[in-house]
Design a protein around this ligand. Structure first.
Ligand SMILES: C[S@@+](CC[C@H](N)C(=O)[O-])C[C@H]1O[C@@H](n2cnc3c(N)ncnc32)[C@H](O)[C@@H]1O
Length: 281
């Protein structure tokens, strides 16, 4: 993306939020709404090559903390990359895990001043600086509620509240591909683990699921797994059965489907995740 495209993205983002509606192309998860602490107890990513959805960056930070060998990222929302850098600055310079509440509510000039002082280490970070500076100038130094999805349920992460456990990730450059998982991928590498979050839940046509299956098959190494995190209990739902039916094939099988965790808010055990595994050829 060149600087002009970044500026255009700011304007598009700004006008969408002014029109007061949530638009999936201009929305960022401020924080994960998945129980990543439990997830990484079930699924070991140590010394593995991982491709993860970027989203709020919490999945990626968790993989780093849990010892993944390499972590590449993708998301269909380009802004997630800019949020990754915003989190980097807040973590490294403000020593906070997330931008402050005031950033989302009343406006936080500290963040703007911080961004003005950042020295970019690569072109993506340079773009992120342009994006946030310009966006915040337009939006009175605060992040509009229509840009961010603020999760009401705080979920535990493997790294807890510790900044020291995760800050090392920012020493390396992050690899990001902007892609829709329901279209053919351009990523050539193969991975041990794909972290899909609950993307498959958003499929609205069978064709999208066929694309997802083809992508999973081409992105996984033999025995590799694609992890789908549950947010609702979809065990009995027609949509989930249809998804499993389409995704399982001669090369993919439904793997672990019984991970649960205790959710204090609902006083109940709820589904954590399920996965698909690529069978050895
Ligand atoms: C599915 S959402 C749900 C949030 C998630 N539960 C979390 O804790 O972060 C996660 C991310 O997936 C991205 N996403 C949704 N559908 C996608 C698709 N078809 N292809 C690629 N990314 C997608 C969204 O932009 C978002 O950043």
């Amino acid at each position: 993306m060149n600087h002009e495209q970044v500026r255009q993205l700011v304007l598009d983002t700004y006008f969408h939020s002014q029109e007061h509606f949530y638009h999936p192309q201009y929305m960022i998860y401020q924080e994960t709404n998945e129980n990543l602490l439990e997830l990484f107890r079930y699924y070991d990513v140590k010394d593995k090559d991982v491709l993860s959805v970027l989203a709020s960056s919490d999945q990626v930070l968790s993989c780093y903390y849990c010892g993944a060998k390499s972590i590449d990222t993708f998301d269909k929302v380009y802004l997630t990359l800019f949020y990754y850098y915003l989190r980097k600055w807040v973590i490294l310079y403000q020593k906070q895990l997330y931008p402050s509440h005031s950033f989302f509510e009343s406006g936080d000039k500290n963040i703007y001043d911080l961004i003005c002082q950042v020295r970019p280490t690569n072109i993506d970070e340079e773009n992120a600086i342009i994006f946030w500076k310009y966006y915040l100038e337009l939006n009175q130094f605060k992040a509009d509620k229509y840009l961010f999805y603020l999760s009401i349920i705080k979920q535990p992460k493997p790294f807890g509240d510790s900044i020291d456990r995760i800050k090392g990730i920012f020493d390396k450059e992050i690899s990001f591909t902007c892609m829709d998982f329901f279209k053919d991928t351009t990523i050539q590498k193969k991975y041990d683990v794909l972290l899909l979050s609950n993307i498959l839940e958003y499929a609205s046509t069978q064709k999208q699921l066929y694309f997802a299956r083809r992508n999973i098959e081409s992105l996984l190494k033999d025995d590799g797994i694609a992890i789908c995190t549950y947010l609702r209990n979809r065990d009995t739902s027609y949509a989930h059965k249809k998804e499993v039916h389409i995704l399982t094939s001669h090369s993919l099988k439904l793997d672990r489907d019984n991970c649960t965790y205790y959710e204090p808010l609902w006083n109940d055990r709820i589904k954590l995740a399920y996965s698909y595994q690529l069978k050895k050829k």
